[in-house]
Design a protein around this ligand. Sequence first.
Ligand SMILES: NC(=O)C1=CN([C@@H]2O[C@H](COP(=O)(O)OP(=O)(O)OC[C@H]3O[C@@H](n4cnc5c(N)ncnc54)[C@H](OP(=O)(O)O)[C@@H]3O)[C@@H](O)[C@H]2O)C=CC1
Ligand SMILES: O=CCCC(=O)O
Length: 287
Amino acid sequence: MEGIGFLGIGIMGKAMAVNLLRHGFKVTVWNRTLSRCDELVQHGASVGETPAAVIKKCKYTIAMLSDPAAALSVVFDKHGTLEQICGGKGYIDMSTVDADTSSQISQAITSKGGSFLEAPVSGSKKPAEDGQLVILAAGDKDLYDQVVPAFDVLGKKSFFLGQIGNGAKMKLVVNMIMGSMMNAFSEGIVLADKSGLDPHTLLDVLDLGAIANPMFKMKGPAMIKNSYPPAFPLKHQQKDMRLALALGDENAVPMPVAAAANEAFKKARSLGLGDHDFSAVFETLSK
Ligand SMILES: NC(=O)C1=CN([C@@H]2O[C@H](COP(=O)(O)OP(=O)(O)OC[C@H]3O[C@@H](n4cnc5c(N)ncnc54)[C@H](OP(=O)(O)O)[C@@H]3O)[C@@H](O)[C@H]2O)C=CC1
Ligand SMILES: O=CCCC(=O)O
């Protein structure tokens, strides 16, 4: 593959871009807060002054941005992706957005002759650092085949899910389940504690049974200490619950558990916990 552009050097974008550099890819980065690119330069990246400058330079460009508004802004605003995208160039948006946002971006890119893939990911900061993400791609199959070498570095498994929107929907379903689980887990820890049990023993019991999972194992000990270093920011989890609930509305799927979980994440945001890890929803139970 030729050089890759990378737009959005947040928690995930930084880990993914560093990983690509470590594996020998030439990477040109851009971030809205440009100073955040400095660390990437130390790892060997070049910097583009605008998204358009990155697109102009690179055959393939990946975006990893916070939400639908950010993903749209980087494509459609002045000096954005659309100004330079053209035939022979590919744009891969790995942000978690809804299917409608992805379709808008896809239509705009393809109307200029470019090719487009949505490719949101499952897995957080550590899997991103270790190249262990799960990639949920959909859209242009030729572009997918061309960028497999990069996906092989970023992830442990890639799925090609067909038409645009399917990757976004799959990602939202997964994160809706995860957000609901996090709330049940938080309630369980508090219930164990308040009823006189040792929450650490609860973690040991959970880890040996049918509902053992990496998330409980990884986040539980820190939650018991009321510590929430951001791997997956709570504001993004609440965005995903909101988008998943909208998908439920569209399809007339009742989701009372997810709706309650969303309320808990909104409460956590109102307490100023949006930039903490999403496990900080635990705090809403004692407030
Ligand atoms: N963290 C995680 O565990 C995971 C996150 N995701 C998803 O990946 C995406 C990125 O997440 P993460 O890295 O954690 O988020 P961060 O909040 O760490 O980074 C967000 C990035 O988006 C940029 N951004 C925000 N608003 C705008 C805007 N209006 N215009 C241009 N750029 C903007 C930020 O730029 P600036 O630095 O200037 O603020 C930053 O580069 C999200 O969609 C998230 O849901 C998916 C899987 C796991
Ligand atoms: O979107 C964030 C997903 C976080 C994870 O899969 O651990």
